[in-house]
Ligand binder design. Structure first.
Ligand SMILES: Cc1ncc(COP(=O)(O)O)c(C=O)c1O
Length: 446
């Protein structure tokens, strides 16, 4: 048997040592086909696919596939370096119209990390054009995930620096108001005030003249689907404005419908200066990301800037643009923002009702169709659950016919925006059955 030659992202590397493809099938689910919410593995088992926020209209959607095929025949590639094609403009026009009135420009990337890199560079360049070279530093929040390239990895606070050494200079961390695992004891209001005070002090300590941007996930995704409160985020936005600091909203996960809004910033009532999207932009039909740019930044760049020294050979790919345009039409025509709100609320309230007496449930959280269940060893102490249960739980979930994402004692679920009521019921029933099997009964003290 041949050696397996793939290094997977985020893999536990010793697991890949001396393995063949057959061995790997014992570790990873080996997916062979998919349609709508469903995927099939090489043994013909079918699963509800809820591991990632990428598929917003499910898999194999005929409209998107047909649009892509047509574009492949018409023009399978066009560079946007020194050339253009009709779909970059069509899509940019649509994106700035749905994302917020402050936006006027769109820069295309090939993934979410690239969109964050772009936003960080644009923030620096904006201040350089204005003669404020000192404003080059970034503040992000504890537990945030913004990607793994050098700049995006430097504002990601999940152990990347510990592996690869120092990231880019000038990246600082503020506490995140996680109410289940708060940075200080207190009521929700006290914890929020504490985090705001710490952010204020951090800005003062660094000096407002040196901070370019605050970068945030409105709802932390990878860290466990943990929303910021409206009060917290609105006050962060005010603090940024008072100190001439830009706001970068990382909506790579929340963007384009996932929470039942085109953007979470819309839900939170804030107007970021830069906004990144990726997963829901093309729903997995093509690798692509984008950074949306406010008209204020546009002015400083286009009026006073020189060459924009940033980009990648394949950004603004016509096939990706066509896929995104078709996806947005489907979301609009099939009313999928409403569906995301309704189905999200249905799944969330089912979990909340059914799990309210379960000793091992710390919190059930969600916004639209991003939903999480945090397990604890005992809900009175909120101590973390035994990590060895994770593998058993994931296997049980798979046996029940669901591919979810269990990470650090938290189950993350991202059903597509067009999930039907019966599919949502399947998902919640199976998750509850798997919890019952692995974590004991649904009743207190069982
Ligand atoms: C909020 C957020 N930002 C950025 C990224 C990076 O995106 P990508 O994996 O496409 O580079 C991710 C990926 O999970 C993310 O969740």
């Amino acid at each position: 048997m041949n050696k397996y030659n793939v290094l997977h992202p985020f893999s536990f590397m010793p697991n890949l040592q001396d393995k063949t493809e057959e061995d790997i099938k014992e570790i990873y689910t080996f997916l062979e086909s998919g349609k709508g919410c469903w995927v099939k593995d090489d043994k013909g088992n079918e699963y509800f696919y809820a591991t990632t926020a990428v598929p917003t209209v499910g898999l194999g959607n005929k409209r998107v596939v047909d649009a892509i095929n047509k574009q492949m025949e018409r023009l399978s590639f066009a560079s946007t370096c020194g050339q253009t094609h009709p779909y970059v403009q069509k899509l940019a026009e649509k994106l700035v119209s749905v994302a917020g009135e402050q936006f006027s420009l769109c820069f295309y990337t090939t993934d979410g990390s690239g969109a964050i890199e772009t936003a960080m560079k644009l923030a620096r360049q904006h201040f350089m054009q204005k003669g404020l070279q000192g404003k080059s530093k970034f503040i992000s929040f504890d537990g945030n995930y913004h990607g793994t390239t050098f700049a995006s990895g430097s504002v990601t606070k999940m152990g990347i620096q510990e592996t690869f050494g120092e990231g880019i200079k000038g990246c600082y961390t503020a506490p995140f108001p996680n109410m289940l695992r708060p940075p200080v004891e207190g009521t929700e209001e006290e914890i929020t005030d504490y985090c705001l005070q710490r952010l204020k002090h951090l800005i003062a300590e660094i000096s407002p003249d040196e901070v370019a941007a605050i970068i945030f996930e409105p709802i932390q995704g990878v860290n466990g689907i943990i929303p910021m409160s409206k009060r917290f985020l609105q006050q962060v936005a005010s603090l940024a404005k008072e100190n001439n600091i830009l706001l970068i909203a990382d909506e790579v996960t929340t963007g384009l419908g996932r929470t039942g809004y085109w953007t979470s910033s819309e839900y939170y009532g804030i107007k970021p200066d830069l906004l990144t999207i990726s997963k829901g932009l093309t729903g997995g039909y093509f690798p692509m990301g984008a950074t949306l740019i406010s008209s204020e930044i546009e002015s400083s760049l286009l009026e006073e800037g020189g060459i924009f020294l940033h980009g990648s050979t394949q950004c603004g790919h016509p096939v990706g643009c066509v896929a995104a345009l078709e996806l947005i039409s489907i979301i609009e025509e099939e009313n999928l923002l409403e569906n995301a709100k309704e189905m999200g609320e249905y799944i969330l309230s089912t979990f909340k009702n059914q799990l309210k007496d379960c000793k091992h449930i710390g919190e059930v959280r969600g916004e639209g169709l991003m939903i999480s269940i945090e397990f604890v060893s005992d809900r009175l102490s909120n101590e973390s659950i035994d990590f060895s249960l994770g593998e058993r739980f994931s296997q049980e979930l798979r046996r029940q016919g669901v591919l979810g994402n269990y990470f650090n004692g938290i189950l993350l679920l991202y059903p597509p925006l067009n999930v039907s009521k019966s599919e949502a019921t399947f998902l919640s029933d199976k998750v509850l059955q798997a919890i019952n099997q692995i974590f004991g009964g649904m009743n207190e003290n069982e």
